[in-house]
Design a protein around this ligand. Structure first.
Ligand code: C5P
Length: 370
């Protein structure tokens, strides 16, 4: 029996789930603020952020895959007897060994989720720029619905009546949140109190949100999330390849669709060269957004490995509560009755969907005779 991995004495499974919930909440808030706090001509390019995300995530995954290499495990066990030159040679062997695994003949399978994730990550920028943080978070829960649909269609998963009912509640809850946003109650331009304190609240007024565009983007992102997730699951379960090697393959294939919009974008009037152009207007908030996204991608991988998708759903619903509370404190988010009803329905549906299935009733232990 393998001992479950721990971090600082705590089970990695639960640490990764709580971290994912905090990461989800932090990403919505930081990404939203990074987009709406600057006038359009000073905004950073979301396409560059998506590219940077893949470059960083792929590099980190590569080093993790390298550190897991069997060749290096052998090096550790014989470290005392190895010379410096011998160690370097083993590192090089491990390096080429990992590249061999990455460029395995079945690596093309990752091209489909890679393209879908790039589209999803780009749509996320459109959605978060046009919806209040809490509304975005709740509406994005529709991905549970799309994930279920694709799981049934592609993985032939069977869903119980309770789960289908939970999905129906989810759709109703998301609908209620949409109604209150469409009436404009929640789309009021918010002024972040935190930004006020640092004197940049004026900048927040430059951005005008378009809720219809936001909902369109979030709906499309839910479809790509469901399809990409189920496809990634199919690839992972269909082979024994290391999760981190799969992550590198995913990032490598993402580079092509992530680069295309950058290469075809018109050069700015005061061009400063390709690299400086694509990272134009990258300030602290943009870097923070990319860092949280990279961290999220890595944590998602850990959650898939040490936990499961059911618990991942719980972590995401917890993140709604976190980001909602943060929106009230940091941004002037208006709590409306319909938001509370809609958000509560979504949370209740998420809870219902994640209930363990009742096993077939066991035979009675004792038969009472009169
Ligand atoms: O919301 P959802 O769970 O679909 O988001 C998945 C996110 O995690 C995407 O941004 C995707 O790029 C990232 N991801 C990753 N590595 C994986 C799976 C997902 O970076 N193996």
């Amino acid at each position: 029996n393998q001992v479950p991995p721990t971090i600082c004495g705590l089970p990695l499974k639960y640490v990764s789930l709580v971290t994912l919930a905090v990461q989800n909440a932090a990403l919505s808030i930081v990404m939203h603020y990074s987009r709406v706090s600057t006038p359009p001509h000073l905004a950073y390019s979301p396409a560059s952020a998506v590219l940077l995300n893949e470059l960083l995530k792929g590099s980190i995954s590569f080093f993790i895959a390298l550190s897991h290499s069997q060749v290096l495990t052998d090096l550790n066990s014989t470290r005392q007897r190895k010379t410096t030159l011998g160690s370097i040679s083993l590192w090089m062997t491990a390096f080429w060994d990992i590249w061999g695994e990455i460029l395995s003949p079945d690596c093309w399978k990752l091209s489909i989720p890679a393209i879908l994730y790039v589209i999803q990550n780009s749509l996320q920028f459109v959605a978060i720029s046009n919806l209040p943080v809490a509304t975005f978070q709740v509406t994005y829960q529709m991905k549970i619905l799309t994930t279920a649909a694709f799981s049934v269609a592609l993985l032939r998963k069977k869903l119980t009546g309770t789960k289908w009912l939970a999905l129906l509640f989810l759709a109703i809850g998301v609908g209620i949140v949409q109604i209150q946003s469409a009436t404009g109650a929640g789309i009021k331009q918010a002024i972040p109190k935190a930004a006020n304190a640092i004197g940049s609240a004026q900048e927040y007024h430059y951005h005008v949100m378009n809720p219809l565009k936001g909902f369109g983007a979030v709906t499309a992102a839910c479809f790509t999330s469901g399809l990409a997730g189920v496809y990634f699951e199919m690839v992972l379960k269909g082979s024994k390849a290391d999760l981190w090697v799969r992550n590198v393959q995913l990032s490598l294939f993402s580079l092509i669709p992530a680069l295309l919009p950058i290469l075809y974008a018109p050069a700015p009037i005061n061009s400063k060269g390709f690299i400086l152009d694509i990272f134009r207007n990258f300030g602290g908030w943009a870097w923070a957004t990319v860092a949280i996204q990279v961290f999220g991608g890595l944590i998602t991988a850990v959650v898939i490995k040490y936990s499961d998708n059911i618990l991942k759903g719980f972590a995401t619903s917890l993140s709604i509560v976190l980001s909602f509370l943060a929106s009230v404190v940091l941004f002037d988010f208006h709590i409306t009755f319909s938001f509370i009803v809609g958000a509560s329905t979504v949370l209740a549906a998420t809870w219902m969907y994640n209930q363990p299935e009742r096993p077939a009733s066991p035979p009675p232990l004792f038969v009472l005779s009169s």
